[in-house]
Design a protein around this ligand. Structure first.
Ligand SMILES: Nc1ncnc2c1ncn2[C@@H]1O[C@H](COP(=O)(O)OP(=O)(O)OP(=O)(O)O)[C@@H](O)[C@H]1O
Ligand SMILES: [Mg+2]
Length: 843
């Protein structure tokens, strides 16, 4: 039923489209919609890349190292060593299952959270308009769109009022294009004024659309999906990747060395090979993605409990790393309970005429109706407007900051302009003193009108200027150029009380190293008043007009010491974010309007709120379920908590684990036999991995959440280069004691070595998890239980008859006593050295 993606569906008449889709303007019945959904599939451009569990396991099985091990196990089996065959496969399945299932569960959780804030559309079903998840939209659906909504699929316009979409994402056309019903015989998509394309955004007006194509069959489905996934990796992701590559190189080097050495020493080829591969499995950072996902999704669950829903997992880290938060004003710093408290004419006395003009403007405008309009309409509720007839309008936009409505009363067409007061005043040349006959606006009157509005702003009241002009009756389609030579009528004055909780939230943020900057489309005096009322320590001011004079470099020099940005246009919000990033800051941006979306997208941590426009929510990485800066502060703490736990893994992996594998490589070159059998190496690795699964649950020291963190590769390297060899020293000491002191034979040596290696690897987590002296920081119970259980399992396998099948043997008591001393010695040395190894990072 669906056209293919190159079908110029907009060239058909509306009737033909209805006929082809077997539907009407009343929409579909839910039964029919369900049938179509089953037939066409859900309305997503690309199926999410989340693989099914089995596919994931399959993918792991064909990873080179695992595949080699499986082949090698098969060879062991073929040569009659069935025990090795079974054991290797069991250990491999256990570790793959541990890895894949944990990751899968984490992803499912994160996905469910994300879905809870997904975009919904207003769709006509069974004759009613209902909110519907975008995925469930089918061809033939009739969708109602308002300014700020995302277009959910491809379709044609059935009806529209000043609807403009932004197709920049898809066509590169930066300016909003008007959309109205056809017919249209355009060839190119860019000229199809009656077509709406999925993935674009309605930036003004409203429209009703008939859905023609959904999902991957939409015109830009492919492009949009590609763009969505092309999120550049964060500094942290890049850092982890670089670390992975480094470990991979070291592994390759170590493994080759071991293999060559063993072959040169004429050890059994298959066993040497298996040993080398097992070492490589133990060392490769392939577990890191799983650990990241598990820790981050656990972070996401914790954040959801504190009313922050994470859409992009990596943003958790960005939120914790954020050192500057840019915020809008309405709703974040104010209550967003806007009320009209006055409508003074030019003499300062409330005038019915001003209220009437404002009400006509607000009622008849077709664009984004803001909270200011709602306040005007609510106030002028009982005002009869029956004598007014709407002709047309010039919709609101955030660059002009005004809206004009052309309406007629008693046969006299008037263009009524409402907007930012200083700008409407600047466009006025006359003034309406209520006498009906406008008089010239001289400097003295201009000054007194400015004073009137400044006065209100000084009391924290917002104003809009109202002005009008007569229009020639033949001019039915007014434009921006008509907004000149106006007659100034007066002001509408609004109150939007400051939110007292914002002050304490900002103080909390500043305390943990996040500087708050206010970026608003509103006027400077209003911002100043709010800042003073709330007692927010804000310095410096830049206005949109000043910013437009600055180059990006010059702006970057100014943003640092400026905390207030007034009268900024949407693209300037983005420029401010970029300028701060240029200065090396990790920037967060919180906003709820269409005008905030580009800046939210540009920010490292883009934040929006649950009730915000689709466009803002779609651009955001994190959605606050409550419009409150306190929630952001909670989120920051969670972000840092999560990061701190990921870093524990990273340090464990790069230091103790690396050190142990290094010692095994060294030992294998000097011993007459392999220090551990390949199976024992795999087992060692499996138990170690299991011991670490408690880390996401661990407590984090207060000092770790007190400052923004910063990924620093050098500090990670420094840590591993000190702590890794330290663990090797104790391993080698064990080695010497066993060989020279006791002349241990293979089985005894391996058992003792296994026990020592497991104990050092597992227990050191209690030291590495904190920069404080170990007794000053309490680990979480879950971590303690999991780690100690893993250690007990390791000892149980190695030291009881269970281990006989795995090549373990009896160990003399004195050897165990010495190992205990060595482990204790290692832990004391590690504790003593760790602060030095952490370097600047502990500060
Ligand atoms: N409905 C409207 N009619 C006329 N002018 C408006 C309307 N809405 C907003 N304006 C003007 O545009 C300016 C910018 O809009 P707005 O204050 O919503 O921007 P913003 O950046 O979203 O601000 P905030 O930081 O408060 O969210 C307003 O200060 C006002 O002067
Ligand atoms: Mg806003």
């Amino acid at each position: 039923m669906q056209p293919n993606a190159s079908d110029p569906f907009w060239r058909r008449s509306t009737e033909a489209s209805f006929a082809a889709l077997r539907c009407s303007a009343q929409g579909l019945s839910s039964a029919e919609a369900a049938r179509r959904l089953a037939e066409t599939g859900s309305n997503v451009a690309v199926e999410p890349v989340r693989l099914r569990l089995l596919a994931k396991i399959g993918r792991r099985l064909i990873e080179p190292l695992i595949a080699i091990l499986i082949v090698a196990a098969l060879i062991s089996g073929a040569t009659g060593d069935w025990a090795s065959f079974v054991i290797i496969l069991t250990i491999l399945s256990l570790s793959i299952a541990l890895d894949v299932i944990q990751e899968h569960r984490a992803e499912v959780t994160a996905e469910a959270l994300k879905r809870s804030v997904a975009v919904r559309s207003q769709v006509r079903r069974d004759g009613k308009t209902i909110g519907l998840a975008v995925e469930d939209i089918v061809p033939g659906d009739v969708v109602e769109l308002r300014a700020g909504d995302l277009v959910p699929a491809d379709g044609i316009v059935l009806d529209s009022r000043a609807a403009h979409t932004n197709e920049a994402l898809l066509t590169g056309e930066a300016f909003p294009v008007e959309k109205r019903p056809g017919p249209c015989d355009a060839e190119a998509t860019a000229d199809a004024f009656n077509a709406l394309f999925g993935g674009t955004a309605l930036v003004s007006g409203d429209a009703t659309m008939l859905v023609v194509a959904t999902g991957a069959r939409t015109r830009f489905g492919g492009i949009a999906a590609a763009l969505r996934s092309a999120e550049p990796p964060t500094a942290f992701e890049r850092g982890l990747h670089a670390l992975g590559v480094l470990i991979l190189r070291m592994t390759a080097f170590l493994v080759l060395l071991v293999l060559l050495a063993n072959l040169a020493l004429h050890r059994p080829v298959l066993e040497s090979f298996l040993f080398a591969v097992a070492l490589a499995v133990g060392l490769t950072p392939e577990l890191l993605p799983m650990i990241m996902t598990v820790t981050l999704s656990r972070g996401a669950v914790r954040m959801a409990a504190r009313k922050v829903v994470v859409k992009r997992l990596a943003a958790i880290h960005d939120l914790g790393a954020m050192d500057i938060l840019c915020t809008d004003k309405t709703g974040t710093l104010t209550e967003a309970r806007i009320a009209l408290v006055g409508h003074p004419g030019c003499d300062g006395v409330d005038s019915e005429r001003v209220l009437e003009l404002a009400t006509v403007n607000s009622r008849f405008e077709s664009g984004v109706r803001s909270a200011l309009d709602d306040a005007i309409i609510a106030h002028g509720d009982d005002m009869p407007l029956t004598s007014w007839k709407r002709i047309a309008d010039v919709p609101f936009d955030f660059e002009r900051r005004r809206v004009s409505v052309l309406a007629e009363k008693d046969g006299r067409p008037l263009l009524i302009v409402k907007g930012a007061p200083e700008e409407v005043l600047a466009l006025s040349t006359q003034v309406d003193l209520g006498t009906g006959a406008p008089v010239a606006l001289d400097d003295a009157k201009r000054a007194s009108l400015t004073r009137l509005y400044d006065d209100k702003a000084g009391q924290g009241l917002r104003s809009l200027g109202i002005a009008w002009r007569e229009m020639p009756p033949e001019r039915l389609r007014p434009g921006v150029e008509d907004e000149a030579n106006l007659v100034f009528a007066g002001y509408c004055v609004f109150v939007d009380p400051p939110k007292p909780s914002a002050a304490s939230a900002i103080a909390r943020l500043e305390e943990v190293g996040v500087r708050v900057k206010i970026v608003s489309g509103d006027a400077a005096p209003v911002l100043h008043h709010i800042v003073e009322t709330l007692g927010i320590p804000a310095k410096g001011l830049l206005t949109g007009a000043e910013i437009s004079e600055l180059t990006d470099t010059a702006l970057a020099l100014r943003v640092e010491e400026t905390d207030l940005f007034a009268r900024v246009a949407p693209d300037q919000k983005t420029r401010i974010v970029r300028a701060l990033q240029l200065r090396g800051h990790t920037v967060g941006f919180i906003g709820d309007g269409i005008n905030d979306a580009p800046a939210i997208k540009a920010a490292d941590a883009g934040l929006s709120v649950d009730g915000a426009s689709d466009v803002a929510r779609a651009a955001a990485d994190l959605i606050l379920l409550e419009h409150d800066l306190g929630v952001v502060a909670d989120g920051v703490a969670e972000g840092r908590y999560t990061y701190a736990n990921i870093m524990k893994y990273v340090r464990m992996g790069t230091s103790s684990n690396f050190g142990n594998m290094l010692s095994m490589a060294i030992a294998s070159m000097f011993l007459p036999f392999l220090p551990l059998t390949p199976i024992q190496v795999l087992l060692n690795n499996l138990i170690y991995d299991m011991s670490e699964t408690g880390i996401p649950f661990d407590n984090v020291d207060e000092q770790k959440v007190a400052r923004p963190h910063n990924w620093d590769m050098n500090s990670v390297l420094r840590f591993s280069l000190i702590m890794g060899p330290l663990s090797s020293i104790f391993d080698i000491a064990t080695f010497i004691v066993l060989i020279l002191g006791f002349g241990a034979a293979a089985a005894e040596f391996r058992t003792a070595w296994f026990v020592e290696s497991m104990a050092t690897q597992i227990l050191v987590v209690f030291l590495i998890r904190t920069a404080l002296p170990v007794w000053k920081s309490r680990p979480n119970r879950v971590l303690v239980i999991i780690s100690l259980t893993a250690l007990a399992v390791a000892n149980l396998i190695a030291l009881t008859p269970i281990g006989l099948k795995l090549g373990f043997g009896a160990v003399l008591w004195p050897i165990l006593a010495i190992i205990l001393l060595l482990v204790v010695g290692y832990l004391i040395a590690a504790e003593a050295l760790k602060r030095f190894a952490l370097g600047a990072e502990q500060a």
